[in-house]
Design a protein around this ligand. Structure first.
Ligand code: NDP
Length: 247
């Protein structure tokens, strides 16, 4: 049964492609009005808005680099102004640059921290100004927060592990307001970031109980659960959906 998001307003970072686009579509299918950000994929973002509008939904694409705190805050405020509130925030935008600590450029380290961690703080802070009772903050973390079984992923793993602590503390900050805060931690998921036919796919499947990539829609389904009414008692949690990668 599709979760009912009628009357809800959602804001999704990085909604133009991959997991973010599937989350936007899933929430819109449930009746939510969805604002989402993109950085480089303008055409894909506009296509997604057009598809949602064609099926009777409401969606808005906003250009905002997640590493630009002012732009991201402005996007959240613009969405709240246009739609009146924000009920559901999904911090999805993320980047991954492979490189050992000895080799990774400091700029790549900073970019992963800016997009994967700092932007989550920035968007959450901005959205909380427009969020009431029953609100939901959901971050897309990663199974790599708990297991990183290959070299070159230290900074990415650190960035996603940071979210584990963040949601525990934030859940306590906003619990009294009736708002929940959680991470959804995917394993290998078929997107541009991690194609199911990519060079590393087979070695990932070797690590898994289920030897295939998730579809972005599989991850969006767990996001929809956490965003929904039935998950009202779930908070401060990091929920892994990884085909047994960390089992
Ligand atoms: P993709 O690279 O396929 O898509 C990334 C999305 O994020 C795009 O919509 C992109 O927008 C957006 N984005 C990236 N950087 C920025 C930025 N600076 N500002 C705004 N938007 C940005 O990634 P996935 O869909 O695979 O990943 C989504 C999330 O899931 C990430 O947080 C990732 O770490 C996490 N994840 C992914 C896994 C996987 O196997 N795919 C596994 C575990 C976690 P645009 O194209 O417009 O720039």
């Amino acid at each position: 049964m599709a979760t009912n998001f009628q009357g809800k307003v959602a804001f999704v970072t990085g909604g133009s492609r991959g997991i973010g686009a599937a989350v936007v579509q899933r929430l819109a299918d449930g009746g939510a009005t969805v604002a989402f950000t993109y950085k480089g994929s303008k055409a894909a973002a506009e296509d997604l808005v057009a598809r949602i509008q064609a099926s009777g939904g409401r969606a808005l694409a906003l250009l905002a680099d997640a590493s630009d705190a002012a732009a991201l805050t402005q996007a959240v405020n613009d969405a709240a102004q246009q739609f009146g509130k924000i009920d559901i925030l999904v911090n999805n935008a993320g980047v991954f640059t492979l490189g050992s600590v000895a080799d990774l450029a400091l700029e790549d380290f900073d970019r992963m921290l800016d997009v994967n961690v700092r932007a989550v703080f920035v968007a959450s802070k901005a959205a909380l100004a427009h969020m009431g009772e029953g609100g939901r903050i959901i971050n897309i973390g990663s199974t790599n927060a708990q297991r990183i079984p290959f070299a070159g992923g230290a900074t990415y793993a650190m960035s996603k592990a940071a979210l584990v602590g963040l949601v525990k503390g934030m859940a306590r900050d906003v619990g009294p307001r009736g708002i929940t805060v959680n991470n959804v931690q995917p394993g290998p998921t078929n997107t541009d970031m991690n194609p199911a036919e990519g060079d590393f796919a087979a070695s990932m499947h070797d690590q898994m109980a289920l030897k295939y990539h998730a579809r972005p829609e599989d991850i969006a389904a767990m996001v929809a659960y956490v965003a929904g009414e039935e998950a009202s008692f779930v908070t401060g949690a990091s929920l892994t959906i990884d085909g047994g990668y960390s089992a």
